[in-house]
Design a protein around this ligand. Structure first.
Ligand code: GLY
Ligand code: MN
Ligand code: MN
Length: 436
């Protein structure tokens, strides 16, 4: 049996942590978009982390203890459905293929689960994640409880299995890092393509199409999130997603877009001038955000606190906001009063992995947690200047964010999205070179 895979070793690690008990991890349901059309299917991240299996209607069951068992329920082969919808692995082939001890047809789930849960001290599942699964799992639990007079015990404690898996997912293994580097490289090239294609008169959605083209051409299955292609003042709308406006000469274009590759997200933001040349005020804000990002990246290393990159970015930004006349007072007072939040209202990053805002606690024992080798985070300071009283008009409607994906290494960090231009000189040179 082939259990020598990253997925097999993750299951073994989970089994070692959970001790005595039974873990139930279903994949995601298919979701109707409208009438007969479904949304493109995306597996559940936890399920995929442990199986690498991409079909819907599947449930992983892990039984801990002295003789651990790894079981999978999934669809059977079905010639008729395979003619219409495509290949199914089938539960018989799944055993060898996915390295399970036993596999069953998903139709047997309700019949088999109560006896599998019987006499297990602990039940681990993603409690509260889905009402349908909650009802089903509690139904099985009640069936086990009803067997009490036969001497059968039902699990006495229920643990959210995500609390164990989140900690595992937070530190990426070599297989995950390789996939994330590959996703980052595709996204970086997509941003380069977007920079080359941008020009006054083009529409934001035309540039979005260039990003999607590069993602898909290179084998990415989906964008990791809805791409933000925001020209001019739209860049000051943090979650702008309409992507429907014309790009204007003299405006900046902020693009926040990243592909998902084999389940793993990338997340890049670049901001550049539509006409290929930064104006003076645009240059001022851009250089400030870039300096803040540089300071934040310098603060990513094992043993540093999660909050260090944010604080590093914030002190650079606040000094710059004061120098540019956007904030008044001393750096300490601007930080103390939070006045900078008029221009910088989000934090400097988040964990990145199977989910773009990936799992994992940011605090541990009441403190910001320490960074460790294998963690992957984004570093994404920004500055967004909406028109307003007392705000120098030269900066109105300039919105800049610069975002890279950074893996913590043994001694510092690796910027895995470095394949796309970031300095003012490199961006202007790239845009001068146009399409080749
Ligand atoms: N693209 C989502 C984010 O930057 O957090
Ligand atoms: Mn991000
Ligand atoms: Mn982003």
């Amino acid at each position: 049996m082939n259990r020598d895979t990253p997925f097999g070793s993750r299951r073994n690690r989970l089994l070692a942590t959970l001790g005595e008990g039974i873990a139930i991890i279903p994949t995601a349901p298919e979701v109707t978009r409208n009438r007969d059309s479904d949304y493109p299917y995306r597996f559940d991240s936890y399920f995929h982390y442990l199986t690498g299996f991409g079909e819907p209607e599947a449930v992983l069951v892990l039984i801990g203890g002295d003789s651990p068992r790894q079981l999978l329920f999934c669809r059977d082969k079905n010639e008729e459905r395979e003619i219409w919808d495509g290949y199914r692995l089938g539960y018989e082939a799944a055993r060898e293929h996915l390295g399970m001890d036993e596999t069953f047809c998903i139709d047997e789930l309700d019949a088999k689960m109560p006896s599998l849960m019987a006499n297990q001290p602990t039940l681990l599942y993603p409690a509260g994640a889905d009402r349908g699964w909650d009802a089903r799992v509690f139904g099985w639990l009640n069936e086990v409880r009803a067997m009490a007079r036969t001497g059968t015990r039902a699990p006495a404690s229920i643990v959210d299995v995500r609390s164990l898996l989140d900690e595992m997912r937070l530190v990426k293994d070599a297989h995950e890092l390789d996939t994330m580097r590959a996703a980052a490289a595709i996204s970086a090239d997509a941003h380069v393509r977007a920079m080359r294609m941008a020009a006054p008169g083009r529409m934001e959605y035309e540039i979005e199409a260039e990003l999607l083209h590069e993602f898909r051409r290179r084998g990415s299955q989906f964008p990791a999130y809805t791409s933000i292609v925001a020209g001019g003042a739209n860049a000051c709308v943090l979650h702008y997603r309409e992507n429907s406006a014309v790009l204007r000469d003299g405006d900046l274009l902020l693009i926040d877009a990243g592909c998902e590759l084999d389940g793993y997200a990338s997340d890049i933001t670049r901001t550049f001038p539509v006409n290929g040349r930064f104006s003076g005020p645009q240059r001022d804000i851009y250089a400030l955000v870039l300096a803040a990002q540089h300071a934040a990246i310098q603060a990513v290393a094992p043993g540093r606190s999660w909050d260090d990159p944010h604080q590093a970015a914030l002190s650079v930004l606040v000094e710059g906001l004061i120098d540019l006349g956007l904030c008044q007072g001393t750096p300490e007072s601007v930080i103390e009063t939070g006045d900078y939040r008029r221009f910088y209202m989000h934090r400097t990053g988040h964990w990145l992995g199977l989910d773009v805002h990936d799992v994992g606690d940011y605090r541990e024992g009441g403190q910001w947690r320490a960074l460790r080798e294998g963690m992957v985070l984004t570093v994404e300071p920004g500055c967004y200047v909406r028109p307003g009283a007392g705000v120098p008009e030269a900066f109105w409607n300039i919105g800049v964010r610069i975002e890279d994906d950074v893996a913590v290494t043994t001694s510092g960090c690796e910027v895995i999205t470095s394949g796309v231009a970031k300095s003012i000189e490199d961006i202007e040179a790239l845009m001068r070179s146009g399409t080749d």
